[in-house]
Write a protein that binds this ligand. Structure first.
Ligand SMILES: Nc1ncnc2c1ncn2[C@@H]1O[C@H](COP(=O)(O)OP(=O)(O)OP(=O)(O)O)[C@@H](O)[C@H]1O
Ligand SMILES: [Mg+2]
Length: 302
């Protein structure tokens, strides 16, 4: 059995000639929050729709909880809760009644309703009609609707879209407690890097339908390229020497700013600069955004 709760192999979806999801191999470990990051139109929702069997894949396979989605769809989806592109509910009914309808339809125990409302912190408003809820409360009702079936896996497509800072904080805390206290794996999509960074342990980055990075957030942080800020006795000559050796270097406020790479590491730079005698040196670490831009290229608008 796979060690991953979600595993896709070569998952692909085209719309006409456009390849919206291009041979992606997701590896989502159990018991964690996995952040699926991508700009508008990158292919997040299309991927999620395929994971939930809402649309078919053109190529590739999906395994969830070690089972083939193609062959055991119903068995799998019984254990998956989801919220894709906003909740649907009866606005003229209360949250409690909305959940009761789901329980009836899906043959689930109604005794769980109070607990679920408690988890999403809607218990005090359980009897209020949903049309009077704030956007954040509606979003939490959507999550309650997914939770009522006691899923092992929760798939949330941009759950914080349109929420104010307080609403965002509520959903963020809710995701953390669902994962760490209830042991639910969460697959969460977002186009906001800081949002993923604040909750997820694992991250997959999708760009133009391709998965361009997938690993732990820790690994991504290890990719931070350090830069060196150096002053020598002859900056112009030193700059020329570095440039002609192929270093990524700029003169910034009279100082040499050099990007470290595998080839152009610290000792290589020291070698090149030996004739110019280094007077001052400072190490700079790239921000998370910088690493991200390095991965996506400067135009990867996110
Ligand atoms: N039903 C469809 N028909 C035609 N094209 C589609 C359809 N659904 C998605 N696409 C295209 O597939 C690409 C990926 O769309 P998708 O909705 O998956 O992106 P996304 O990452 O969820 O973006 P957003 O952040 O805007 O929600 C886009 O170019 C989109 O236009
Ligand atoms: Mg989307």
């Amino acid at each position: 059995m796979s060690e991953y709760i979600i595993e896709t192999n070569g998952l692909t979806r085209r719309f006409g000639k456009h390849v919206s999801v291009d041979h992606i191999d997701l590896r989502v470990p159990e018991g964690k929050i996995y952040g699926f990051l991508g700009a508008n139109g990158a292919g997040k929702t299309t991927t999620i729709r395929m994971l939930l069997s809402l649309i078919r894949a053109d190529e590739g396979s999906v395994q969830i909880m070690g089972k083939s989605l193609q062959h055991e769809r119903e068995k799998i989806l019984r254990n998956v809760g989801s919220l894709v592109e906003g909740p649907s509910y009866y606005g003229h009914l209360s949250a409690y009644k909305n959940l009761k309808i789901i329980c009836k339809l899906m043959d689930l125990p109604e005794k769980d309703i109070d607990q679920v409302l408690d988890i999403v912190r809607l218990a005090p408003y359980a009897k209020k009609t949903v049309k009077d809820y704030s956007l954040g409360m509606k979003q939490r009702l959507g999550i309650a609707q997914a939770l009522i079936r006691r899923p092992k896996l929760l798939i949330l497509d941009e759950p914080i879209n349109g929420l104010d800072p307080a609403g965002i904080q509520e959903i963020r805390n809710l995701m953390l407690s669902l994962c760490h206290e209830q042991g639910i794996t969460i697959f969460l999509s977002s186009h906001i890097l800081s949002e993923i960074q604040s909750v997820a342990e694992e991250i997959g980055i999708i760009q133009n339908g391709k998965l361009i990075f997938q690993n732990s957030i820790k690994e991504l942080e290890n990719k931070r390229r350090t830069k060196l800020l150096i002053e020598t006795e002859n900056q112009q000559e030193a700059f020329r020497a570095l440039s002609s050796a192929g270093a990524d270097v700029v003169l910034q406020d009279g100082k040499l700013l050099i990007s470290l790479t595998e080839k152009m590491d610290q000792s290589r730079i020291f070698n090149i600069l030996q004739p110019f005698s280094i007077q001052h040196m400072q190490e700079l670490t790239a921000s998370f955004e910088d690493i991200f831009l390095t991965l996506t290229g400067r135009d990867g608008s996110l």
